[in-house]
Design a protein around this ligand. Structure first.
Ligand code: ATP
Length: 513
């Protein structure tokens, strides 16, 4: 497509007629987008790609497409994984700004429908506004997350004030505390977990959040509720590990009036009933005692419960989100967790990645956690230099974000200055019982002895991750390099890597290349 340069008659200024102004504005905007954006393409009404600009061409190899000719004429979803272009063509609604993640990376994109004179959708234009937003937009994303959280908090407070006089706190305490904007992170792993959680929010099926302690499972449970159709209903949370087994049944199912006498068995609603119309968050589901697993299964299957001391069935309508840091499939194999209950909960499983799989989020997390710390303690936010951030990035973070928050908080409390040094962080880590993993270049002369005494390098620290993950990374790198070296010729790639073509195709599909 050629775009005619804008011509105005010198001295005449803007065209006088509305059509002329409209055409001028449309052309100016197109030229602006074409020159300022990272790339643009056009799809026709059927979703077939019909045009691509020069800027976009550099993404083609990352999408596994070797030339413009291999890109043009294809349906958009065949060549751009995860694209939402089809929705724009079907609904005619523009998506002014969105994050797209696929094998080529993460991008900030815009999708606009194109209409004919009668207003019918005849195509759509896709614009890559920013490439690698995790680096280019990081300060903006962190700031936005913080502002969003403050806004959420202010809204909640306002709503709570309004409700207080009407409903003595009952519902107010049971609202979601976090939204997806509270989940800080723009690494591919963080973007992917938010994408899955957002999709889960649209469904009514049970969600199972799996991940190590402190990875943000509870935060995501709140966000799923807040983004679901039940957001105006209650969010009720039960931490199964924190309640004695003898009290759990009453806690879950409630106690019927007149069932018992005695102070500790007063009639009351159970959590299932309290969550009616909303979401019930079952935290630490792996700690559910075997004696109650069958009752929980029945409640989930039938949507009904029997309060303690009653022979009445009570219906409830709560969406269940469960979470655990334990290895549930192994517990099923060991006979500690019922298989039927596992499958009932495992409808929409979401693996929440540990911090060490998304180290690129650490700087943004430090910024947000630091601002939060500052607000709570009425002090300036701590400042961390590159060496301090590198030290944090090298840690194994067994307690994940909760541990990161604690370390930051302790360091801020111990320091007389706003600036937190790498040495102070190392001291805090050590006093928490963690031998800090250090990058040799930031240690200076002082630390030479401790390096010799077994401190490990950044490269070595990076190897302290699940082997399967590292092997998958290596495979991806090897296949990408071979594809590049052999111009995408699969036979040559398979030969170079010493694998069969079938295995190569299998790997390409698995690795989403
Ligand atoms: N992505 C994130 N962005 C900002 N804060 C986070 C993020 N993930 C977790 N946090 C914060 O870290 C702390 C721990 O998170 P959360 O309680 O949700 O983890 P969890 O996985 O449920 O842990 P556990 O399994 O121990 O209950 C909380 O203070 C939470 O607000």
């Amino acid at each position: 497509m050629r775009v005619e340069p804008i011509t105005t008659v010198p001295g005449k200024g803007l065209p006088a007629d509305a059509d002329g102004i409209y055409a001028l504005a449309a052309r100016s905007m197109f030229q602006l987008f074409s020159s300022m954006s990272q790339g643009m393409f056009l799809a026709d009404r059927t979703g077939r790609i019909v045009w691509v600009n020069e800027g976009y061409e550099r993404f083609l190899p990352r999408l596994g497409v070797m030339s413009v000719d291999d890109f043009l004429g294809h349906m958009v979803e065949e060549v751009i994984p995860n694209t939402q272009m089809r929705r724009v063509l079907e609904t005619g609604q523009p998506v002014l700004i969105d994050l797209l993640t696929n094998s080529a990376g993460t991008f900030v994109v815009s999708r606009l429908p194109l209409r004919d004179e009668e207003g019918a959708v005849i195509g759509a234009i896709g614009i890559v506004l920013f490439d690698q937003p995790e680096t280019t937009l990081q300060p903006l994303i962190s700031k936005f997350a913080l502002l969003q959280r403050d806004l959420d908090e202010a809204r909640r407070e306002l709503a709570a004030q309004r409700n207080r006089s009407l409903r003595a706190a009952a519902h107010g305490e049971r609202r979601a505390k976090y939204s997806f904007a509270s989940f800080v992170g723009s690494s591919p792993a963080a973007v992917e977990v938010k994408r899955q959680a957002r999709r889960a929010a649209q469904s009514m099926s049970p969600v199972l959040l799996l991940g190590e302690t402190g990875t943000g499972k509870e935060l995501l449970a709140h966000a799923i509720h807040a983004a679901s159709a039940r957001a105006s209903g209650p969010f009720v949370s039960v931490n199964i590990a924190a309640i004695p087994e003898s009290l759990l049944e009453a806690e879950f199912f409630g106690v019927a009036p007149g069932a018992f006498t005695g102070a500790e068995r007063k009639p009351r609603d159970g959590k299932f009933k309290l969550a009616d119309g909303g979401t019930l968050f079952l935290d630490e589901i792996g700690d559910m005692p075997a004696s109650l697993q069958a009752k929980l299964l029945r409640a989930l299957q039938e949507g009904e419960i029997e309060p303690l001391g009653s022979n009445q069935i009570v219906h409830f309508n709560a969406r269940v989100v469960a979470a655990t840091s334990r290895d549930l499939p192994q517990m099923v194999r060991d006979g500690q967790f019922r298989e039927d209950l596992f499958y009932r909960l495992h409808v929409l499983p979401i693996r929440v990645p540990p911090l060490r799989e998304r180290r690129s989020d650490i700087a943004a997390l430090v910024e947000v956690l630091g601002e939060d710390l500052a607000l709570r303690n009425d002090m300036p936010p701590p400042e961390l230099g590159v060496d301090a951030l590198e030290l944090l990035a090298a840690q194994a973070w067994r307690g994940n974000i909760r541990e990161l928050r604690n370390v930051l908080e302790q360091a801020a409390m111990r320091s007389d200055e706003t600036r937190i040094t790498a040495d102070l962080l190392a001291e805090v880590l050590r006093s928490s019982g963690v031998e800090p993993l250090r990058l040799p270049q930031i240690m200076g002369a002082l630390s030479r002895t401790s390096e010799a005494a077994g401190t490990i390098t950044a490269g070595e620290a990076d190897l302290l991750r699940p082997l399967s993950e590292q092997i998958a990374e290596l495979e991806t790198r090897a296949i990408r390099a071979a594809l590049k070296a052999h111009d995408g010729n699969k036979l040559a790639v398979a030969r170079a890597l010493g694998i069969s073509r079938a295995k190569l195709y299998d790997r390409l599909a698995q690795l989403n290349l």
